[in-house]
Structure formats: structure tokens, C-alpha cells
Design a protein around this ligand. Structure first.
Ligand SMILES: [Zn+2]
Ligand SMILES: [Zn+2]
Length: 626
């Protein structure tokens, strides 16, 4: 199964501890630590197990079902409301039996039989816990862990990097959990409706069955975040919120060097974002921009606001090639501020807390209530889009009162819906640098799908119009590599029979995602060697030749979701030399996704119009033209 190697299936028990006047419930893999701690600090005298050894997730689930908050921190008997227990003289005994029966019954339903007929009384007096040693390391462990969520072995590694070997790390973490300074969760949890979900990446549907190395029962692990080590119901994640930094809240001056010129729309967004961080009741902000309209510096005013107050900023970076660019922009803009890259294999000196951190999805997943501002800039992420794991990770990486800014040309449907309901602030950058409105896709339908011929007839018309009237090249996007070749082979003879003016000697190039020659072919198209490129999508923002129209063929295919179509359509007309390029969605029916794209592009254009960007920018554009 790969991942972090052989980890045994660790077991926990659900227990109850009691004193003459109160009782509490808890779970533990090392009950002697609990008993010793509760005995020494709060005068508990007895302890019994009310479950057999179970994976942490199941134990957590039982605790959640059969105890309430006071029962988890110590509940006095005088507050009891259960009549049959109240009448009894021996409180602990009655409560214990009651809980034991409930747990046993539920476990039977899970097919997990608890063989004991009575709660098992813990007799651990003889084993003393060496508090002195444990205490010594508590502070350092909490300091290493603060602001992060990690497995035991990851914490161990961080300690080793600091030159510290701690034998009883699990016991120390457990103690910190008992004291409420550290949070422990199973990495895969049981949800209320009996399903399993990953606590690390937040996904449900990638958790699969597996057998653990020890223990006879089947276990689970999460496929999605496997490269971070197995996330399992029997494996704990430990977390601690970031401590307040000593310099926090003291406003200091932070210099911002911006040697760039903003468009009017970008400048307004820059100001709006700084305001959002300074004072806004909402915690999340969607920066909805036209494709290619945003730039990373738009968010730097907001970053400065946070740095001024001693806060920290996290950038979630979905792709590697954007990382170095963003890093150097930040270093240039904020001289004297520490910026750190967390990408790929963890580097040493892991525990330093830089002011600004740039992290990949997998590194972002390790932060826990740590940052005052978290930024996800998806503008350059193309062709990657809203990655739910990264968004989950960033939400957890942000302090409770921290702010999240999400910049994207293709807002995910759930985020867009929340923005519509006013739960998220929205800042729009509705117009591109060159000041022309976005191109609205035209929908071309051919209902008769059996006759592939007819569909291609339409495409031929569009190609002819593009080449003869617009003197433009045509990018034809199809759902898969097979169709790319097939359409290429069918189109070529037709075009050659038509005597189209301006048709090149080699009119069509076709390629797909798995074509090793793909980059070369795209290049040739870009240089204008062919009229038409048939492909399965764009790979980067520079892919589309400046004078291109676009045909999305079989645009009703399920692979063309709204975000994808919006990305494709948004590329057309990017160049100042041909801002009015055309986009056609050619399919056999109109999908919700196609409609959504047309509606969203219209909304952005209307916003640009309303704010007067179209007129202003056009004037500037004309001047450039002359
Ligand atoms: Zn397991
Ligand atoms: Zn996961």
C-alpha cells in the first residue's frame, strides 16, 4: 500500500474514572497515563474499561454517542438527572453498568462483540508515570506542534531535527490532550450516519477498506492523501492551534514596494481587499476575475495589513511553476519580510515560522489554525481548478478569526452559491488588461447525433468563416484523444475539397493529452504553420495562438463542466491584436454547464459596463492603436 510503511493497527479503550463526588469518561491507548494524571490532579480513585480495545475512530464515535461535554471533563453526581441512578447509593457502580450496557448493545449492532460481561476494573496502581520527565518535554512538544496537524511519527521527526529524542512522545501528547492543550482526532473518522471520512484531506469518497498489519479486523485508509502516509481510523492526528506571537497586535510599518501599474479594476480590487482584511464581518472573500484579468499583486495590500499587525500569511499554491514566480514577487514587494516555500519533500528546519508561507496542497494540509490570512490564487492554476482538498486545507490552516481570499476565474459552484447568499464577500475584476469585454460563446446545436456528418458540416462552416472572413486560426477542442484523431481524419478531405482561401498546405494538426509530440504540435500551430489545431484542451495560458477562434465540439460531453468551459471560453480574445475572437459551443443539446458559462460571462461584462471600465479602457486602447 505504500505510504508511511508498516504501522500497526493501534487500539484504544473507552473508560470511565470516578472519585467520591464526580465521574468522567475518556479514551486512551495508554490508560495508566490517564489514571495517574486524574489521580494526581483531580483526586480520581477508580477506573474501568467500558469497551474492548478498538480503533480510535470507533472509540471516538462511542464517546460522542454515550457522553456529553460535562461527562468528558468531570461531572458531579449531584447534577445527575437519571432517576434510577439517583436512587442508588453507589453512583459510580450504577453509572458504569449503565454505560457498559449501552456500549455493548451498540457494538453488537456493528458486529463487534464485547466478550466481557462486566466492565473491566483497571488495576494499575503499581505503574507510576514519570511526570517529571513527561513535563520537561510538554512545552517543547506543544511548541513544535503549534499551528499544525500531524501524525505521531511526523512530530517525532520534527523533534529529531531539533536534536531531541523523546521516548514517551505518545504519552506526552496524550497528557497534553487530557489537559486540553492538544487536539487528537482519528485520521479517518466515523460520521454520524455510519460512513467513514478522512479527517486530513476532508474527503469521504476516497476512503477504502484495507487490512492493518496487526489486528484481525479490517480497517480503512484514505487513497486521496496516501502520499502523506496512511490516514486510518486507528491512527491519530495531533493538532494545536498557533500561539499568539509576542509581536502580534502591535501595529508596525511594513513597506510595500510595488513597481507595477494596475488597471482601474485591479486597483479597486486591491483597495477592497485591504479593506476586507482591516474590517469586514465576513471571513471569506471571493475575487472573481475575468480570465487573465487578475494579477498576484492585487492581494498584496491585504497581505500588508496582516503583516503590520504581526500576523502570518499562507498562500496555497496549486502548481509548481507558479511558485517561484510568486516567491520572487513577494520578496521584491516586501523587503525584510521572511518568505518560505513548502513544496515537495519536506526540508530541514521545518519548525521555523516565516511571516509568509507558500505551500502546496500537501503541505497546506499540515497546518492547523495557524494563519491570519490565507490566499488561494487560482488565476494561474490553469488548467487545474478548484481543488476541494486544497480549499479544505486552507480553511483549517486559517485561524478562527482569520481571513480567506480566494481568487479565481472559475468559482466552484458551492462557493459561488455561498457568495450569492451573501455569506462570502465578492470582489470582481470583470475586465481584462486590454479593456475589451469577454467573448460570449455562441451555441450551435445539431440534434441528429447519429449523423456525425452533420455535426462536422457545421464545424466546416465555422472553420471557413474563421479562415476567410476573420483571417483567424481555429482551435477545435474535443472530449478525448480518439475523437481528436477521428475528427482530424474526417475534416481534412472535406476542407481540401472546398477551395478555402487562405488554407495552408498543412491545414490541420491534431493531438491529445497522451501525445508525446503534443508540445511540438501546439508550438507549430502557435507559429501559424497550420490553420486548425484539434486537441483535448489547453495546457497553459500561453497555448492559444493570438488570432484564434475556438470551437468546443461535443460541448455537451460530461467532461466539459462549467469551470472547464469557462476557462476555455475565457482564453479567447486574450490578445490585443484580436480581442473580438469567437467561441462556439457545438453539441447535440444545451447543458446547464453551457448555460452557466454564458450567464457568468454576461454578468462579468455587465459589471464592467456598470463600473464604466469598458469606455475608459477602450479610449486607452484606441490611443495605443494610433
Ligand atoms: Zn487499522
Ligand atoms: Zn485523506
Amino acid at each position: 500500500m505504500g505510504g508511511g510503511g508498516a504501522v500497526p493497527c493501534r487500539r484504544y479503550v473507552l473508560y470511565m474514572a470516578w472519585s467520591p463526588d464526580k465521574y468522567r469518561m475518556g479514551i486512551s491507548a495508554i490508560p495508566r497515563v490517564d489514571f495517574s494524571y486524574l489521580q494526581n490532579t483531580e483526586g480520581y480513585q477508580g477506573m474501568a474499561f467500558i469497551s474492548p480495545p478498538l480503533p480510535l475512530a470507533l472509540c471516538e464515535y462511542l464517546l460522542a454517542v454515550f457522553s456529553n461535554q460535562p461527562e468528558r471533563s468531570g461531572k458531579p453526581y449531584r447534577n445527575l438527572k437519571i432517576p434510577f441512578i439517583k436512587r442508588s447509593k453507589n453512583y459510580p457502580h450504577s453509572i458504569l453498568r449503565h454505560k457498559f450496557k449501552q456500549v455493548k448493545k451498540l457494538l453488537e449492532r456493528y458486529g463487534d462483540d464485547y466478550l466481557a460481561h462486566e466492565p473491566v476494573i483497571f488495576k494499575g496502581e503499581g505503574e507510576a508515570v514519570d511526570y517529571f520527565t513527561l513535563h520537561q518535554y510538554e512545552d517543547i512538544v506543544e511548541f513544535i506542534l503549534q499551528g499544525k496537524i500531524l501524525f505521531l511519527r511526523e512530530i517525532q521527526r520534527l523533534l529529531q531535527e531539533q536534536g531531541l529524542e523523546v521516548d514517551d512522545l505518545e504519552a506526552i501528547l496524550h497528557l497534553l490532550t487530557l489537559k486540553g492543550q492538544v487536539v487528537r482526532v482519528p485520521s479517518v473518522k466515523w460520521t454520524a450516519n455510519g460512513a467513514v471520512a478522512c479527517n486530513r484531506c476532508g474527503l469521504q469518497y476516497r476512503v477504502v477498506k484495507a487490512f492493518c498489519n496487526e489486528g484481525q479486523k479490517e480497517c480503512y485508509y484514505c487513497r486521496e492523501c496516501l502520499m502523506l502516509g496512511e490516514s486510518k481510523p486507528c491512527e491519530a492526528l495531533y493538532a494545536a492551534p498557533a500561539r499568539v506571537r509576542p509581536e502580534e497586535k502591535l501595529v508596525s510599518s511594513i513597506r510595500l514596494n510595488l513597481d507595477i501599474s494596475f488597471s482601474q479594476a485591479q486597483y479597486e480590487a486591491f483597495e477592497a481587499l485591504a479593506r476586507f482584511v482591516r474590517k469586514d464581518s465576513l471571513n471569506e472573500c471571493l475575487v472573481w476575475e475575468a480570465c487573465g484579468a487578475g494579477r498576484p499583486e492585487t492581494v498584496f495590500g491585504a497581505v500588508r495589513e496582516v503583516l503590520k499587525r504581526g500576523g502570518r500569511v499562507l498562500f496555497g499554491v496549486p502548481r509548481r511553476d507558479v511558485l517561484d514566480d510568486l516567491f520572487s514577487r513577494l520578496e521584491r514587494a516586501f523587503p525584510g519580510v521572511s518568505v518560505e516555500i513548502r513544496y515537495g519533500r519536506p526540508r530541514s528546519n521545518n519548525s521555523k515560522n516565516s511571516d509568509i508561507v507558500l505551500a502546496s496542497t500537501h503541505h497546506a494540509l499540515k497546518y492547523y489554525y495557524s494563519f491570519d490570512l490565507v490566499v488561494l490564487d487560482e488565476s494561474d492554476a490553469f488548467p487545474y481548478r478548484a481543488n476541494p482538498i486544497l480549499i479544505n486545507a486552507l480553511r483549517r490552516a486559517k485561524k478562527t478569526e482569520g481571513k480567506l481570499i480566494y481568487m479565481t476565474p472559475t468559482p466552484a459552484p458551492d462557493i459561488y452559491a455561498r457568495a450569492q447568499r451573501g455569506e462570502i464577500k465578492v470582489v470582481q475584476i470583470p475586465i481584462r488588461q486590454h479593456g475589451h469585454p469577454l467573448v460570449i460563446p455562441r451555441v450551435v446545436l445539431e440534434k441528429d447525433i447519429i449523423l456525425e456528418d452533420k455535426l462536422l458540416d457545421k464545424v466546416v462552416q465555422l472553420i471557413r468563416e474563421s479562415i476567410e472572413e476573420d483571417q483567424a486560426q481555429v482551435l477545435v477542442v474535443v472530449p478525448n484523444g480518439y475523437l481528436s484523431r477521428r475528427v482530424g481524419e474526417l475534416l481534412l478531405p472535406r476542407l481540401e475539397g472546398l477551395n478555402i482561401q487562405g488554407l495552408k498546405e498543412r491545414p490541420i494538426i491534431y493531438t491529445g493529452a497522451h501525445d508525446s509530440e503534443r508540445a511540438k504540435k501546439v508550438d507549430a500551430y502557435f507559429r501559424g504553420e497550420a490553420n486548425i489545431l484539434i486537441t483535448t484542451g489547453l495546457t497553459g495560458r500561453g497555448d492559444l495562438a493570438p488570432n484564434s477562434n475556438m470551437v468546443v465540439l461535443w460541448s455537451d460531453n460530461e467532461i466539459f463542466d462549467e469551470g472547464y468551459l469557462l476557462q476555455l471560453a475565457g482564453r479567447v480574445g486574450w490578445s490585443e491584436s484580436y480581442p473580438g475572437g469567437k467561441v462556439w459551443f457545438v453539441g447535440t443539446r444545451i447543458t446547464r454547464e453551457m448555460e452557466g458559462v454564458v450567464r457568468k460571462i454576461r454578468l462579468l461584462n455587465e459589471e464592467a459596463q456598470r463600473r464604466g471600465y469598458l469606455e475608459n479602457q477602450r479610449i486607452r486602447y484606441n490611443r495605443v492603436q494610433r
